[in-house]
Design a protein around this ligand. Structure first.
Ligand SMILES: Nc1ncnc2c1ncn2[C@@H]1O[C@H](COP(=O)(O)OP(=O)(O)OP(=O)(O)O)[C@@H](O)[C@H]1O
Length: 531
């Protein structure tokens, strides 16, 4: 040790090698028979420095091995993300799932949930599920964008059910918002299937439920609703619903709910957002399409948000074969749809029109042809709407004529064909409408009629088609791009179109004149009666 002091003075031995040499002293004692005791200070110096170097080398080797393993692991993580076209932004990005088994090994997810998803038939997580589920299991706020029909619903249901665990009497701990009652009901049903056997209690706000339903809401853990119905409950005096206990707020079709004005829900969303005022609340925004302002809002308002995009943003699903068909005039559309049906279609088929009046008009035409057809739109009562949806799901209705009401989120199994009878007023609307087919990896077809009047939006739809690998005539891609202002105006308003009718225009006008004369005479009669 004396020699050691000397070298310490000289600055030859550093504290690390000192401690190493001290900790090594026992082993050198063990080895005393094999290693001769150093005799001179120079010999001691030689032994210490070579041992120190060796240990430093050893340490470096260990660090390098660790780094190599981490790099290999990261490579594997990157490979999974690349293979599934997952793009992720944010800090401390959680790793994607390799399989559903990771949920048990890494997150201790209950067997009951795993059995339920196996029962439904999910064997592999979809790309959005691979990345979103772990992020939410880490309680990260999330903004998720993935193609239509890619399993976004289960991507938020699984982590919510896992987090909530058992039923508690604290009130709603998860709230999911969707733009239409049909979609809210569908999400509610998915929750029922995946949470079966967990004891969690679900609630769906329905118009048909009595006004004072709020008094019993403490019985429930999860609430699924449209913003309108929820706002109605919140605005009662006293409020019929308490959202202070909400820990997860999910906004499905978030770009739709963020829209301002008549078609959007932005004001309602702000009220609901404020009512979910627990400091533990985590939020998740999901959609197949994302608007720039939603993204900005999320970045500013969500806490350490993770953004997950699957594939190219605002693009159509690759599983749909898309086709544009020029039909000349409104009358041409009726001729074209009859021809498609006549050639033979494989039901179920969805036909989109731009208004409830037109849905009814087209229904009148096709039912007259003896088709197995029905229509759904906001002009029908909820009970009628539910019945039509059920009949279509059961295969009793083959062709369903619908408005934008069915455009987003609705998951009808096995829709083979979507016909855009009326041209969609934006590329976003187009993506969602055609996304009612080609879901969950299945293939589908979409035919979009266009007339001279629809040419203004043609280029943007043609671009979506090209991106998805569908052929379009080159002239469409070279058409003049409408200004942003014009595009916005177009997206808000539907164009005026002639009525859907086989009758000749002259006959229609004659009929209208006749109706007007009758109406006028009825008014005169009424006046006489009351005077
Ligand atoms: N892991 C999975 N394996 C197989 N099928 C799945 C899986 N996850 C979800 N699905 C099925 O895929 C279909 C589409 O799922 P979902 O309705 O959640 O799509 P989405 O991404 O929300 O679509 P949209 O954007 O149109 O709302 C459903 O029938 C669902 O049951």
């Amino acid at each position: 040790m004396e020699g050691l002091q000397l070298f310490r003075k000289l600055g030859v031995v550093d504290s690390e090698s000192e401690s190493n040499s001290e900790s090594d002293s026992s082993s050198s004692e063990d080895d005393s028979t094999s290693e001769p005791e150093p005799e001179t200070e120079l010999q001691i110096l030689g032994t210490i420095t070579s041992k120190g170097t060796e240990q430093r080398r050893e340490k470096k080797k260990k660090v390098k091995t660790k780094e190599k393993l981490a790099a290999l692991h990261q490579e594997e993580v990157n490979r999974i993300r690349n293979q599934h076209k997952i793009h992720i932004y944010g800090t401390d990005k959680p790793e994607p799932l390799k399989s559903f088994d990771d949920l048990v090994t890494n997150y201790k997810m209950s067997d009951v949930i795993l059995k339920n998803i196996a029962k439904i038939g999910y064997t592999e997580p979809t790309p959005i599920q691979r990345q979103t589920i772990p992020a939410m299991l880490h309680r990260r706020e999330i903004m998720a964008c993935a193609p239509t029909g890619s399993g976004k619903t289960a991507a938020f249901i699984l982590p919510i059910i896992h987090h909530l665990g058992k039923h508690s009497k604290h009130g709603f701990r998860a709230l999911v918002l969707a733009p239409t009652r049909e979609l809210a009901k569908q999400i509610y049903r998915d929750f029922q299937m995946i949470s079966d056997g967990t004891g969690l209690k679900l609630h769906y706000i329905d118009k048909t439920v009595p006004e004072n339903e709020g008094k019993s809401v403490k019985k429930f853990d999860i609430l699924v609703s449209t913003p309108n119905r929820l706002i109605y409950q919140l605005n009662q005096d006293p409020p019929q619903i308490d959202l202070h206990t909400v820990e997860w707020l999910i906004v499905d079709e978030s770009d739709k709910l963020f829209e301002e004005g008549k078609s959007g829900f932005r004001d309602q969303l702000a009220v609901i957002y404020k009512a979910c005022d627990s400091k533990n609340v985590r939020r998740g925004m999901f959609s197949a399409t994302f608007a720039y302002d939603v993204e900005q809002w999320c970045r500013l308002n969500l806490d350490n948000v993770i953004q997950v995009n699957v594939g190219a943003r605002n693009s159509a699903t690759q599983t749909v074969e898309q086709e544009l068909q020029f039909v000349g005039t409104e009358f041409g559309k009726l001729f074209a749809i009859r021809e498609i049906i006549h050639k033979g279609i494989q039901p179920p088929v969805l036909v989109f029109v731009q208004s409830k009046e037109r849905a009814q008009e087209l229904f009148n035409e096709l039912i007259y042809d003896g088709m197995n057809v029905d229509a759904i739109h906001s002009g029908k009562t909820q009970a009628q709407r539910d019945e039509v949806v059920m009949k279509f799901r059961l295969g009793k209705v083959w062709i369903l004529i619908c408005t934008e009401l069915m455009g987003r989120g609705i998951d009808f199994k096995g829709v083979n064909l979507v016909i855009n009878y009326d041209f969609p007023n934006s590329a976003i609307t187009y993506i969602h409408r055609i996304g009612r087919t080609g879901r969950a990896g299945r293939s589908g077809k979409a035919i979009t009629f266009f007339t001279e009047d629809d040419k203004i939006n043609l280029r943007s739809i043609a671009n979506i088609m090209v991106e998805a690998g569908c052929p379009v005539p080159p002239y469409m891609l070279q058409m003049k791009k409408p200004t942003k202002k014009k595009r916005r105006r177009l997206a808000k308003r539907v164009p005026e179109r002639e009525h859907i009718s086989t009758a000749l225009k002259a006959d229609l006008e004659k009929a209208k004149k006749k109706r007007d004369i009758i109406r006028k005479s009825e008014v005169t009669e009424d006046r006489r009666f009351y005077s």
